[in-house]
Design a protein around this ligand. Sequence first.
Ligand code: ATP
Ligand code: MG
Length: 332
Amino acid sequence: MSTKHLVALLNSHIDGDEEQFLSIALQVAAQEARQGRADEADKLKRLVQKARDRQRGGRPAGGQTPIPLARPRGELQGLVESSYPKIALASMVLSDDVRARLMRVVRQQQERAALRDHGQVPTTHMLLVGPPGTGKTMTASALAGELHLPLFTIRLEALFSRYFGETAGKLRLLFDQIAQTRGVYLLDEFDAIGARRGDPNDVGEIRRVLNSVLAFMEEPNTTDSLVLAATNHVEILDEALARRFDEVIEYDLPDRAGARALVERRLGKFKMSARSWPSIEMKLDGLSQGELVRAADAVVKDAILEGASKVSSDVLGRALQNRQTLKGKFRR
Ligand SMILES: Nc1ncnc2c1ncn2[C@@H]1O[C@H](COP(=O)(O)OP(=O)(O)OP(=O)(O)O)[C@@H](O)[C@H]1O
Ligand SMILES: [Mg+2]
């Protein structure tokens, strides 16, 4: 058996992809047969058959074995959220550039065995930067959804507030527990590290946390997990950290066309006629994707409850205006 086959076998084992595992075993059987070792080939085929029979007796045939979610126990509980998101990148409204870059990451991950055969590794570390509500967290869900991987979210600010003084230790425990599982890891509120620098209560805490995160990012990523860090403020990040990322993806508020596309998609069958748009278009300006979605959802709910078949420009205009007013009140 070639190293290539062994690597592929191990990869499918790590992924918990039993189907892939068995199909590689069959490839090895075919190779044995080609080289005149019919007995060995038969033995392998029988074993694969046995595994398939057992599979059918137990779990539904054809499905992937789910990856067990690492559930941190005891005091680590609540510091990491795990989920299996189902959303796809196609459901996001993105600039062509951002979409292309995310698709490239997905492709590299999907075909990582081929990359590794040539001594290359897929992109694993990405920094997502941009204002609130522009789709950073949603991107993490969509990448997990596309790759059928669990999403583990670690909120750094929450960790700091709960365990100030021992954040680094907790973080290390968490990293150790989850590093064995292939998944998408989202280090959310990543700027918490930068923002807390200069904190008078800090007695080396930030330095230790930074070292812990750096170590996590430097560890050999044998599972090809995706590590994403999201932040609103790139400027306060440590340079040593920023250098560790393979990709930095910038998110921004949508332009008018993007905002309109997002709202129209969200309105679905309640979409208003194209003629009505010019009168309210300027109310889209300056709102984030998150705010636009909320405004659209609010009017759709009203439409449903009132039995309306379409949303009127008046109603949508008012909902957008409400969002603008709210934004004005809370602007920092
Ligand atoms: N590009 C997008 N396409 C479609 N919907 C989006 C997009 N971006 C954001 N949304 C909508 O806005 C909501 C909020 O977005 P999200 O939580 O991803 O923002 P964020 O960038 O992580 O913000 P924060 O910095 O506050 O954490 C999403 O749940 C989704 O409904
Ligand atoms: Mg977020």
